[in-house]
Design a binder for this molecule. Structure first.
Ligand code: ADP
Length: 146
């Protein structure tokens, strides 16, 4: 049976690590909603999020099981709006684990929604959007990561 899972994040930029979580999420749930979060108070944030949505949508345009949207509300509110049965997140390290555990606990307390966490593939565990941004800043070819 298919259900919808919400995969929220900044995706700035969307990396091979994110793509791996999306593809594994589709296998588990049947439908993944990738939600690009942005801070409404920051100038240009909405436009930047929209550009990211377009870039990610292009990658998955042939796959009706994957949807891409942007959002600026609470993740739990969005989950209710889209009818998601769970929130999907990825964990690369102990640092990620502690953060995800705390967020999952808060979100479950807010609305009862559970978070499903997938462990990063070892070969992708060092891939992070912030490292990719830094490399891009110095003109390094990042096509192996994104
Ligand atoms: P956020 O700013 O909400 O942490 P990110 O875009 O950085 O958003 O990450 C979205 C989710 O993807 C997070 O759960 C993060 O831990 C996970 N993630 C990021 N990179 C990887 C990776 N290389 N492998 C697996 N999961 C990842």
């Amino acid at each position: 049976m298919t259900s919808k899972v919400l995969f929220p994040g900044s995706f700035d930029p969307f990396t091979r690590g994110h793509a791996d979580i999306v593809e594994r999420g589709v296998q588990l749930f049947g439908h993944v909603v990738i939600a690009v979060g942005y801070n409404i108070a920051k100038p240009d944030a909405q436009r930047d999020a929209h550009l990211r949505v377009q870039a990610i949508s292009q990658r998955y345009q042939a796959d009706p099981r994957i949807e891409v949207i942007s959002y600026a509300c609470l993740t739990t509110q969005l989950a209710a709006q889209v009818g998601a049965t769970a929130i999907l997140r990825g964990v690369r390290s102990i640092k990620d684990y502690e953060y995800e555990m705390q967020m999952a606990d808060v979100n479950r307390q807010l609305t009862g929604i559970d978070t499903v966490v997938l462990f990063a593939r070892p070969e992708l565990a060092s891939v992070s959007s912030s490292v990719v941004r830094e490399l891009q800043h110095f003109g390094v070819d990042v096509s192996d990561f994104i």
